[in-house]
Design a protein around this ligand. Structure first.
Ligand code: CP
Ligand code: NVA
Length: 300
């Protein structure tokens, strides 16, 4: 019962994360060259999704097919989870049948409980607390465009949310600095801030966070599940839009990143998202390559 899981970036060592990203680069090159790399024949991946997804679902399903395996997608309607079958029982049963389980859940605690009772690797495909798969793709993209990231600086502007938390862990694991600017009531998790204190600085002024940064990153102001807070949040985040003017405070060759979906005119100006510094489409594509490398690492 000691399967390796990937619930946060702290579940892997820094060396393992680098190994996964190096393999992601190789798999991307191979795919573009038309080479077939299918190290996971007959492996089966179950995907339990409690929330919507475009990128994560499509990249995992496509990736597993390219690796030679198969996948099954389970929405809340498709299992007994929503009708009261315990998470623990579901984990025990499913992990006797499939080889890996990918979960997008409302609560991080649910994924932890699932993993504790699973015989096979569990991958976090986004929870309220973390989005580690996103960061594999983001760091792959950053390296692709600008080389090694150690010693560099990223600026997070906006909500101290799940994606922000994974950027914080990435700062520690890949040894770069992360300056975070959030409105006062929207700070990242206090415990995680302490755990990442060597590599993360929290402030409230977006201009200060972005000054001299190599990368500027943001995300929606209202994550999935926070739809009812939208009006309140729009007010609280006034002044936190990543505009061309804000980008001008970063390094001249700074990249703009966003996990998507993006809301033009809210967290980011359209001209930044669609502009020359934006690498958001590469980030989205790299979800495919990075997660293929992750699946291979856990299963091959
Ligand atoms: N970035 C991301 O995880 O997108 P989806 O919600 O579309 O999967
Ligand atoms: N923070 C966003 C990320 C979406 C990929 C959310 O949780 O909805």
């Amino acid at each position: 019962m000691s399967a390796r899981h990937f619930l946060t970036l702290f579940d892997f060592t820094a060396a393992e994360l680098r190994q996964v990203l190096e393999r992601a680069r190789e798999l991307k090159t191979a795919l573009k060259a038309g080479e077939v790399q299918a190290p996971l024949p007959r492996k089966t991946m179950a995907m339990i999704f409690e929330k919507s997804s475009t990128r994560t679902r499509v990249s995992f399903e496509t990736g597993m097919a390219q690796l030679g395996g198969t996948s099954l997608f389970l929405s809340p309607r498709d299992t007994h989870l929503d009708r009261g079958e315990p998470v623990e029982d579901t984990a025990r049963v499913m992990s006797r049948m499939v080889d890996v389980i990918v979960i997008r859940a409302n609560s991080h605690a649910m994924v932890e409980r699932f993993a504790q009772h699973s015989r096979v690797p569990v991958i976090n495909a986004l929870t309220d607390m973390h989005h580690p798969c996103q960061l594999l793709a983001d760091i792959q993209t950053w390296i692709e465009h600008r080389g090694p990231v150690a010693g560099k600086t990223a600026a997070w502007v906006g909500d101290g949310n799940n994606v922000c938390h994974s950027w914080m862990e990435a700062a520690v694991q890949f040894d770069f600095h992360l300056s975070i600017a959030t409105p006062k009531g929207y700070k990242p998790d206090a415990e995680l801030l302490k755990a990442c204190a060597t590599h993360v600085t929290l402030m409230h002024d977006p201009k200060k966070a972005v000054d001299g940064a190599d990368v500027v990153v943001t995300d929606t102001w209202a994550s999935m599940g926070q739809e009812k807070e939208k009006t309140k949040r729009l007010k609280a985040f006034k002044g936190y839009t990543v505009t061309t003017r804000l980008m001008q405070r970063a390094k001249p060759d700074a990249l703009f990143m966003h996990c998507l979906p993006a809301y033009r005119g809210l967290e980011v100006a359209a001209e930044v998202l669609d502009g020359p510094q934006s690498v958001v489409w590469d980030e989205a594509e790299n979800r495919l390559h990075a997660q293929k490398a992750l699946l291979e690492f856990l299963l091959a």
